[in-house]
Design a protein around this ligand. Structure first.
Ligand code: ZN
Length: 456
Protein backbone atom coordinates (compact mmCIF):
# COMPACT_ATOMS: atom_id res chain seq x y z
CA UNK A 1 0.00 0.00 0.00
CA UNK A 2 1.39 3.41 -0.81
CA UNK A 3 1.93 5.90 1.98
CA UNK A 4 -1.01 8.18 1.10
CA UNK A 5 -3.44 5.26 1.01
CA UNK A 6 -2.16 3.91 4.29
CA UNK A 7 -2.65 7.31 5.96
CA UNK A 8 -6.17 7.55 4.58
CA UNK A 9 -7.00 4.10 5.88
CA UNK A 10 -5.67 5.00 9.36
CA UNK A 11 -7.65 8.24 9.40
CA UNK A 12 -10.81 6.39 8.33
CA UNK A 13 -10.25 3.90 11.11
CA UNK A 14 -9.88 6.63 13.72
CA UNK A 15 -12.94 8.53 12.42
CA UNK A 16 -15.00 5.32 12.59
CA UNK A 17 -13.88 4.73 16.15
CA UNK A 18 -14.61 8.28 17.23
CA UNK A 19 -17.86 8.39 15.28
CA UNK A 20 -16.93 11.78 13.80
CA UNK A 21 -15.20 13.25 10.76
CA UNK A 22 -11.69 14.56 11.38
CA UNK A 23 -9.85 17.05 9.20
CA UNK A 24 -6.25 16.17 8.32
CA UNK A 25 -5.03 18.78 10.80
CA UNK A 26 -7.18 17.28 13.55
CA UNK A 27 -5.86 13.83 12.68
CA UNK A 28 -2.29 15.21 12.90
CA UNK A 29 -3.05 16.67 16.34
CA UNK A 30 -4.53 13.41 17.59
CA UNK A 31 -1.37 11.59 16.48
CA UNK A 32 0.97 14.28 17.89
CA UNK A 33 2.41 14.98 14.42
CA UNK A 34 3.12 18.40 12.92
CA UNK A 35 0.20 19.13 10.50
CA UNK A 36 2.68 20.47 7.93
CA UNK A 37 4.75 17.29 8.12
CA UNK A 38 1.62 15.18 7.70
CA UNK A 39 0.78 17.13 4.56
CA UNK A 40 4.17 16.27 3.05
CA UNK A 41 3.59 12.55 3.82
CA UNK A 42 0.35 12.69 1.83
CA UNK A 43 1.94 14.25 -1.27
CA UNK A 44 2.26 12.32 -4.49
CA UNK A 45 5.32 10.10 -4.41
CA UNK A 46 8.17 11.76 -6.30
CA UNK A 47 6.72 15.29 -6.02
CA UNK A 48 8.97 18.04 -4.60
CA UNK A 49 7.43 18.22 -1.13
CA UNK A 50 6.91 14.48 -0.70
CA UNK A 51 8.50 13.00 2.44
CA UNK A 52 8.83 9.40 3.50
CA UNK A 53 7.43 8.57 6.97
CA UNK A 54 9.99 7.43 9.54
CA UNK A 55 9.28 4.40 11.74
CA UNK A 56 8.75 6.82 14.65
CA UNK A 57 5.93 8.59 12.80
CA UNK A 58 4.29 5.30 11.80
CA UNK A 59 4.60 4.27 15.46
CA UNK A 60 2.86 7.46 16.64
CA UNK A 61 -0.08 6.84 14.30
CA UNK A 62 -0.37 3.19 15.22
CA UNK A 63 -0.20 4.04 18.92
CA UNK A 64 -2.97 6.62 18.60
CA UNK A 65 -5.20 4.08 16.89
CA UNK A 66 -4.36 1.52 19.56
CA UNK A 67 -5.14 3.97 22.35
CA UNK A 68 -8.48 4.89 20.83
CA UNK A 69 -9.37 1.28 20.40
CA UNK A 70 -8.73 0.91 24.10
CA UNK A 71 -10.95 3.81 24.95
CA UNK A 72 -13.80 2.59 22.78
CA UNK A 73 -13.66 -0.88 24.22
CA UNK A 74 -12.37 0.09 27.66
CA UNK A 75 -10.48 -3.14 27.89
CA UNK A 76 -7.14 -4.37 26.70
CA UNK A 77 -7.51 -4.57 22.96
CA UNK A 78 -5.99 -7.23 20.77
CA UNK A 79 -3.67 -4.68 19.15
CA UNK A 80 -2.29 -3.54 22.47
CA UNK A 81 -1.91 -7.09 23.67
CA UNK A 82 0.14 -7.69 20.52
CA UNK A 83 2.22 -4.56 21.12
CA UNK A 84 2.88 -5.63 24.67
CA UNK A 85 3.82 -9.12 23.46
CA UNK A 86 6.18 -7.50 20.97
CA UNK A 87 7.78 -5.54 23.81
CA UNK A 88 8.44 -8.77 25.69
CA UNK A 89 9.86 -10.39 22.59
CA UNK A 90 12.14 -7.45 21.82
CA UNK A 91 13.55 -7.54 25.33
CA UNK A 92 14.12 -11.30 25.04
CA UNK A 93 15.89 -10.96 21.68
CA UNK A 94 18.11 -8.11 22.87
CA UNK A 95 18.81 -10.02 26.05
CA UNK A 96 19.79 -13.06 23.98
CA UNK A 97 22.19 -10.96 21.88
CA UNK A 98 23.81 -9.61 25.02
CA UNK A 99 23.97 -13.11 26.52
CA UNK A 100 25.57 -14.59 23.38
CA UNK A 101 28.33 -11.99 23.58
CA UNK A 102 28.97 -12.70 27.26
CA UNK A 103 29.03 -16.45 26.70
CA UNK A 104 31.50 -16.05 23.79
CA UNK A 105 33.69 -13.76 25.87
CA UNK A 106 33.78 -16.26 28.66
CA UNK A 107 34.52 -19.21 26.35
CA UNK A 108 36.93 -17.64 23.88
CA UNK A 109 38.63 -14.92 25.90
CA UNK A 110 38.59 -16.32 29.44
CA UNK A 111 38.90 -19.89 28.16
CA UNK A 112 36.06 -21.23 30.32
CA UNK A 113 34.14 -24.35 29.45
CA UNK A 114 30.53 -23.89 28.42
CA UNK A 115 28.21 -25.99 30.53
CA UNK A 116 24.48 -25.96 30.98
CA UNK A 117 24.65 -26.13 34.77
CA UNK A 118 23.68 -23.14 36.89
CA UNK A 119 26.46 -20.86 38.03
CA UNK A 120 27.53 -21.42 41.63
CA UNK A 121 29.46 -18.99 43.83
CA UNK A 122 33.15 -19.34 43.03
CA UNK A 123 32.46 -21.54 40.00
CA UNK A 124 34.10 -20.64 36.70
CA UNK A 125 31.43 -22.17 34.53
CA UNK A 126 27.67 -22.27 34.18
CA UNK A 127 24.79 -19.97 33.41
CA UNK A 128 23.61 -17.09 35.58
CA UNK A 129 20.03 -16.83 36.75
CA UNK A 130 19.50 -13.89 34.40
CA UNK A 131 20.77 -15.94 31.44
CA UNK A 132 18.37 -18.74 32.37
CA UNK A 133 15.52 -16.23 32.43
CA UNK A 134 16.44 -15.04 28.93
CA UNK A 135 16.53 -18.64 27.68
CA UNK A 136 13.11 -19.25 29.22
CA UNK A 137 11.74 -16.15 27.47
CA UNK A 138 13.10 -17.36 24.11
CA UNK A 139 11.62 -20.84 24.71
CA UNK A 140 8.27 -19.27 25.40
CA UNK A 141 8.37 -17.19 22.22
CA UNK A 142 9.19 -20.29 20.17
CA UNK A 143 6.37 -22.29 21.72
CA UNK A 144 3.86 -19.43 21.40
CA UNK A 145 4.72 -18.87 17.75
CA UNK A 146 4.41 -22.56 16.95
CA UNK A 147 8.12 -23.30 16.53
CA UNK A 148 10.23 -26.02 18.02
CA UNK A 149 11.64 -25.11 21.45
CA UNK A 150 15.40 -24.99 21.00
CA UNK A 151 16.21 -22.58 23.83
CA UNK A 152 15.94 -24.91 26.78
CA UNK A 153 19.41 -26.23 26.00
CA UNK A 154 22.29 -23.77 25.70
CA UNK A 155 24.26 -25.70 23.07
CA UNK A 156 21.19 -26.10 20.89
CA UNK A 157 20.36 -22.43 21.33
CA UNK A 158 23.88 -21.30 20.36
CA UNK A 159 23.78 -23.58 17.36
CA UNK A 160 20.60 -21.82 16.20
CA UNK A 161 22.26 -18.45 16.72
CA UNK A 162 24.45 -19.28 13.69
CA UNK A 163 21.35 -19.13 11.48
CA UNK A 164 19.05 -16.17 10.77
CA UNK A 165 16.14 -15.51 13.15
CA UNK A 166 13.65 -16.15 10.33
CA UNK A 167 14.63 -19.84 10.49
CA UNK A 168 14.04 -20.41 14.21
CA UNK A 169 12.65 -17.34 16.00
CA UNK A 170 10.11 -15.94 13.60
CA UNK A 171 8.06 -13.95 16.10
CA UNK A 172 6.14 -10.66 16.03
CA UNK A 173 9.18 -8.58 17.14
CA UNK A 174 11.47 -10.13 14.51
CA UNK A 175 8.96 -9.51 11.73
CA UNK A 176 8.07 -6.00 12.93
CA UNK A 177 11.71 -4.91 13.31
CA UNK A 178 12.82 -6.70 10.12
CA UNK A 179 15.40 -8.76 12.02
CA UNK A 180 14.63 -11.89 9.97
CA UNK A 181 18.05 -12.02 8.30
CA UNK A 182 20.01 -11.43 11.52
CA UNK A 183 22.31 -14.18 12.79
CA UNK A 184 23.88 -13.66 16.19
CA UNK A 185 26.94 -15.82 15.61
CA UNK A 186 29.21 -15.96 12.60
CA UNK A 187 29.02 -19.56 11.39
CA UNK A 188 32.74 -19.69 10.47
CA UNK A 189 34.50 -17.91 13.31
CA UNK A 190 31.74 -18.62 15.90
CA UNK A 191 32.21 -15.06 17.13
CA UNK A 192 29.29 -12.62 17.70
CA UNK A 193 28.29 -10.79 14.52
CA UNK A 194 28.14 -6.98 14.32
CA UNK A 195 24.34 -7.31 14.35
CA UNK A 196 24.59 -9.24 17.60
CA UNK A 197 26.76 -6.54 19.16
CA UNK A 198 24.39 -3.85 17.93
CA UNK A 199 21.29 -5.63 19.22
CA UNK A 200 22.75 -6.32 22.64
CA UNK A 201 24.19 -2.84 23.06
CA UNK A 202 23.07 -1.13 26.25
CA UNK A 203 21.12 -4.15 27.50
CA UNK A 204 21.57 -4.33 31.27
CA UNK A 205 19.00 -6.75 32.63
CA UNK A 206 15.42 -7.81 31.95
CA UNK A 207 13.74 -5.81 34.71
CA UNK A 208 15.65 -2.62 33.94
CA UNK A 209 14.74 -3.00 30.24
CA UNK A 210 11.02 -3.17 31.05
CA UNK A 211 11.22 -0.16 33.31
CA UNK A 212 13.26 1.86 30.83
CA UNK A 213 10.85 1.07 27.99
CA UNK A 214 7.84 2.29 29.93
CA UNK A 215 9.73 5.31 31.18
CA UNK A 216 10.75 6.26 27.62
CA UNK A 217 7.16 6.11 26.39
CA UNK A 218 6.01 8.18 29.30
CA UNK A 219 8.69 10.80 28.67
CA UNK A 220 7.77 10.89 24.95
CA UNK A 221 4.19 11.78 25.80
CA UNK A 222 5.27 14.30 28.43
CA UNK A 223 7.54 15.98 25.90
CA UNK A 224 4.46 17.08 23.97
CA UNK A 225 3.66 19.37 26.92
CA UNK A 226 5.57 22.40 28.19
CA UNK A 227 8.45 21.59 30.54
CA UNK A 228 6.56 22.74 33.62
CA UNK A 229 3.31 20.99 32.68
CA UNK A 230 5.25 17.84 31.77
CA UNK A 231 6.97 17.78 35.17
CA UNK A 232 3.61 18.25 36.86
CA UNK A 233 1.98 15.45 34.83
CA UNK A 234 4.89 13.15 35.64
CA UNK A 235 4.48 13.67 39.37
CA UNK A 236 0.68 13.26 39.03
CA UNK A 237 1.01 10.01 37.10
CA UNK A 238 3.46 8.49 39.58
CA UNK A 239 1.16 9.43 42.43
CA UNK A 240 -1.86 8.04 40.63
CA UNK A 241 -0.17 4.67 40.07
CA UNK A 242 1.10 4.43 43.65
CA UNK A 243 -2.32 5.31 45.04
CA UNK A 244 -4.09 2.88 42.69
CA UNK A 245 -2.29 -0.50 42.68
CA UNK A 246 -5.66 -1.74 41.50
CA UNK A 247 -7.80 0.66 39.56
CA UNK A 248 -11.34 0.72 38.23
CA UNK A 249 -11.94 1.58 34.59
CA UNK A 250 -13.94 4.58 35.76
CA UNK A 251 -10.90 5.97 37.57
CA UNK A 252 -8.91 5.81 34.32
CA UNK A 253 -11.63 7.85 32.65
CA UNK A 254 -11.42 10.41 35.45
CA UNK A 255 -7.64 10.58 35.03
CA UNK A 256 -8.10 11.06 31.27
CA UNK A 257 -10.54 13.91 31.91
CA UNK A 258 -8.40 15.81 34.39
CA UNK A 259 -4.99 15.03 32.88
CA UNK A 260 -3.84 14.24 29.35
CA UNK A 261 -5.89 11.66 27.44
CA UNK A 262 -2.84 10.08 25.80
CA UNK A 263 -1.12 9.85 29.15
CA UNK A 264 -4.10 8.17 30.80
CA UNK A 265 -4.35 5.66 27.94
CA UNK A 266 -0.63 4.89 28.12
CA UNK A 267 -0.94 4.27 31.83
CA UNK A 268 -3.93 1.99 31.40
CA UNK A 269 -2.56 -0.02 28.51
CA UNK A 270 1.07 -0.34 29.55
CA UNK A 271 1.11 -0.15 33.32
CA UNK A 272 -1.97 -2.23 34.15
CA UNK A 273 -3.29 -5.68 33.35
CA UNK A 274 -6.43 -7.70 34.14
CA UNK A 275 -6.53 -9.14 37.64
CA UNK A 276 -5.42 -12.80 37.63
CA UNK A 277 -8.24 -15.25 38.32
CA UNK A 278 -6.43 -16.54 41.40
CA UNK A 279 -7.38 -13.41 43.34
CA UNK A 280 -11.12 -13.78 42.71
CA UNK A 281 -13.46 -15.58 45.06
CA UNK A 282 -16.29 -17.80 43.86
CA UNK A 283 -18.50 -14.77 43.25
CA UNK A 284 -15.88 -13.12 41.04
CA UNK A 285 -14.94 -10.60 43.74
CA UNK A 286 -11.58 -9.37 45.01
CA UNK A 287 -10.70 -7.86 48.37
CA UNK A 288 -8.87 -4.55 48.62
CA UNK A 289 -6.31 -3.56 51.28
CA UNK A 290 -7.44 -0.73 53.55
CA UNK A 291 -3.94 0.75 53.89
CA UNK A 292 -2.62 0.79 50.31
CA UNK A 293 -5.64 -0.16 48.13
CA UNK A 294 -3.79 -3.13 46.67
CA UNK A 295 -5.12 -6.69 46.55
CA UNK A 296 -5.44 -8.83 49.62
CA UNK A 297 -4.10 -12.27 48.96
CA UNK A 298 -5.26 -15.53 50.55
CA UNK A 299 -2.32 -17.73 51.53
CA UNK A 300 -2.00 -20.92 53.56
CA UNK A 301 -1.11 -18.85 56.64
CA UNK A 302 -3.88 -16.27 56.30
CA UNK A 303 -4.94 -13.17 54.33
CA UNK A 304 -2.23 -10.59 53.66
CA UNK A 305 -1.65 -7.51 51.52
CA UNK A 306 0.06 -8.43 48.26
CA UNK A 307 2.54 -5.53 48.67
CA UNK A 308 5.50 -6.33 50.88
CA UNK A 309 6.07 -2.72 51.93
CA UNK A 310 2.49 -2.58 53.23
CA UNK A 311 2.39 -6.10 54.65
CA UNK A 312 5.48 -5.50 56.77
CA UNK A 313 4.27 -2.15 58.12
CA UNK A 314 0.57 -2.83 58.81
CA UNK A 315 -1.88 -5.41 60.05
CA UNK A 316 -4.24 -6.90 57.46
CA UNK A 317 -7.37 -4.80 57.11
CA UNK A 318 -9.95 -4.98 54.30
CA UNK A 319 -11.39 -1.94 52.57
CA UNK A 320 -14.12 -4.08 51.05
CA UNK A 321 -14.88 -6.46 48.21
CA UNK A 322 -15.01 -5.34 44.60
CA UNK A 323 -16.11 -6.85 41.29
CA UNK A 324 -12.87 -8.21 39.79
CA UNK A 325 -13.99 -7.58 36.22
CA UNK A 326 -14.27 -3.83 36.83
CA UNK A 327 -10.64 -3.50 37.93
CA UNK A 328 -7.12 -3.77 36.54
CA UNK A 329 -3.95 -4.14 38.59
CA UNK A 330 -0.44 -2.77 38.05
CA UNK A 331 1.90 -5.06 36.13
CA UNK A 332 4.60 -6.78 38.14
CA UNK A 333 7.43 -4.56 36.84
CA UNK A 334 5.48 -1.41 37.72
CA UNK A 335 4.58 -2.83 41.12
CA UNK A 336 8.24 -3.59 41.71
CA UNK A 337 9.71 -0.26 40.57
CA UNK A 338 6.96 2.26 41.27
CA UNK A 339 4.28 1.02 43.64
CA UNK A 340 6.30 -0.91 46.21
CA UNK A 341 8.97 1.78 46.84
CA UNK A 342 6.38 4.48 46.16
CA UNK A 343 4.26 3.57 49.19
CA UNK A 344 6.95 4.75 51.56
CA UNK A 345 7.87 7.72 49.36
CA UNK A 346 4.28 8.93 49.26
CA UNK A 347 3.76 8.30 52.97
CA UNK A 348 6.90 10.30 53.78
CA UNK A 349 5.90 13.09 51.40
CA UNK A 350 2.44 13.35 52.99
CA UNK A 351 3.96 13.25 56.48
CA UNK A 352 6.33 16.15 55.67
CA UNK A 353 3.44 18.16 54.27
CA UNK A 354 1.24 17.42 57.28
CA UNK A 355 3.82 18.71 59.77
CA UNK A 356 4.13 21.96 57.85
CA UNK A 357 7.50 21.54 56.10
CA UNK A 358 7.48 24.24 53.38
CA UNK A 359 7.88 23.62 49.61
CA UNK A 360 7.91 19.85 49.64
CA UNK A 361 7.83 18.31 46.15
CA UNK A 362 7.31 14.70 45.13
CA UNK A 363 9.41 13.40 42.19
CA UNK A 364 10.61 16.90 41.23
CA UNK A 365 12.02 17.43 37.72
CA UNK A 366 10.70 14.06 36.56
CA UNK A 367 12.31 12.00 39.22
CA UNK A 368 15.57 13.86 39.80
CA UNK A 369 15.05 12.67 43.34
CA UNK A 370 12.10 11.20 45.27
CA UNK A 371 11.32 14.22 47.44
CA UNK A 372 12.82 17.69 47.61
CA UNK A 373 12.39 20.41 50.24
CA UNK A 374 12.75 24.04 49.14
CA UNK A 375 14.78 22.79 46.18
CA UNK A 376 17.68 22.57 48.62
CA UNK A 377 17.29 19.23 50.37
CA UNK A 378 17.06 16.06 48.28
CA UNK A 379 15.69 12.82 49.73
CA UNK A 380 16.04 9.44 48.02
CA UNK A 381 14.31 6.43 49.46
CA UNK A 382 15.97 3.09 48.84
CA UNK A 383 14.53 -0.29 49.72
CA UNK A 384 17.37 -2.64 48.77
CA UNK A 385 17.40 -5.80 50.88
CA UNK A 386 21.19 -5.87 50.93
CA UNK A 387 23.03 -2.84 52.40
CA UNK A 388 26.35 -3.74 50.73
CA UNK A 389 24.80 -3.78 47.24
CA UNK A 390 23.05 -0.48 47.91
CA UNK A 391 26.34 0.93 49.23
CA UNK A 392 28.14 -0.06 46.03
CA UNK A 393 25.40 1.45 43.86
CA UNK A 394 25.55 4.71 45.80
CA UNK A 395 29.31 4.97 45.85
CA UNK A 396 29.27 4.62 42.04
CA UNK A 397 26.79 7.52 41.75
CA UNK A 398 24.21 9.30 43.87
CA UNK A 399 22.64 10.50 40.59
CA UNK A 400 20.03 13.27 40.99
CA UNK A 401 20.80 13.78 44.67
CA UNK A 402 24.01 15.53 43.66
CA UNK A 403 21.88 18.54 42.60
CA UNK A 404 21.00 19.21 46.25
CA UNK A 405 23.02 20.95 48.93
CA UNK A 406 21.77 18.56 51.62
CA UNK A 407 21.53 14.94 50.54
CA UNK A 408 19.50 12.32 52.40
CA UNK A 409 19.35 8.61 51.66
CA UNK A 410 16.60 7.00 53.68
CA UNK A 411 15.64 3.40 54.28
CA UNK A 412 12.12 2.18 55.16
CA UNK A 413 11.92 1.20 58.82
CA UNK A 414 10.52 -2.24 57.90
CA UNK A 415 13.81 -3.06 56.19
CA UNK A 416 15.57 -2.82 59.54
CA UNK A 417 13.17 -5.16 61.32
CA UNK A 418 15.09 -8.29 60.40
CA UNK A 419 18.42 -6.54 59.91
CA UNK A 420 19.27 -4.23 62.82
CA UNK A 421 22.84 -3.59 61.53
CA UNK A 422 21.54 -2.36 58.18
CA UNK A 423 22.45 1.34 58.60
CA UNK A 424 25.91 0.60 59.95
CA UNK A 425 26.68 -1.78 57.09
CA UNK A 426 25.25 0.64 54.52
CA UNK A 427 27.37 3.58 55.76
CA UNK A 428 30.49 1.43 55.69
CA UNK A 429 29.78 0.14 52.17
CA UNK A 430 28.82 3.50 50.65
CA UNK A 431 31.59 5.50 52.31
CA UNK A 432 30.00 8.84 51.41
CA UNK A 433 30.85 11.67 53.77
CA UNK A 434 28.39 14.31 52.66
CA UNK A 435 25.26 12.18 52.65
CA UNK A 436 22.91 11.73 55.62
CA UNK A 437 21.80 8.11 56.06
CA UNK A 438 18.48 7.91 57.93
CA UNK A 439 15.48 5.69 58.41
CA UNK A 440 12.17 7.02 57.05
CA UNK A 441 10.88 7.72 60.56
CA UNK A 442 13.96 9.85 61.34
CA UNK A 443 13.55 12.11 58.31
CA UNK A 444 10.94 14.66 59.57
CA UNK A 445 13.03 15.60 62.60
CA UNK A 446 16.20 15.74 60.52
CA UNK A 447 14.56 18.05 57.97
CA UNK A 448 13.43 20.39 60.74
CA UNK A 449 16.98 20.52 62.08
CA UNK A 450 18.45 21.12 58.62
CA UNK A 451 15.98 23.95 58.00
CA UNK A 452 16.98 25.51 61.30
CA UNK A 453 20.66 25.09 60.49
CA UNK A 454 21.31 22.58 63.27
CA UNK A 455 23.52 19.54 62.79
CA UNK A 456 21.48 16.36 62.20
ZN1 ZN B 1 -1.77 -2.99 51.62
Amino acid sequence: MIQKEWLESQKDKLCAMLGETLSWDQFAQECLIEPRALKSYRMKEGSTNYRFMSDAVVGLIEKTIENHELRSKLKLSHTTALASRRDHEEIAVRGLASMVQKVCESVFIDGRALTAVSERPGSQTGLTQEQRKIMAMISRIQIESGQEDSASQIHLLLNNCKTPFSKWLNCEAVIYNRWGNVSLLDSDSLMPTSDCIGLGKGFSNISAEFEERLFKELIEILSTHSKEKGDQHYSEVRRFVIKNPICSKKEFQNLANRSSFNLAMLIQSKFYEPIPKGFEDQEGKIEQCYHCSSLLEKTASGIFCSLKACRLSNNTLSKGRREAKDFLRTKKSIERFWVEPGLDELRLFEKLQSIGIPNVELFPFRDRTDISVKGDIGIDLKSYANPEILGQVLSASIKGLSYYREKIICIPDWRLADNPDYMKRLKAAANLEHVHFLTVSEVPLAINSLLQGEPT
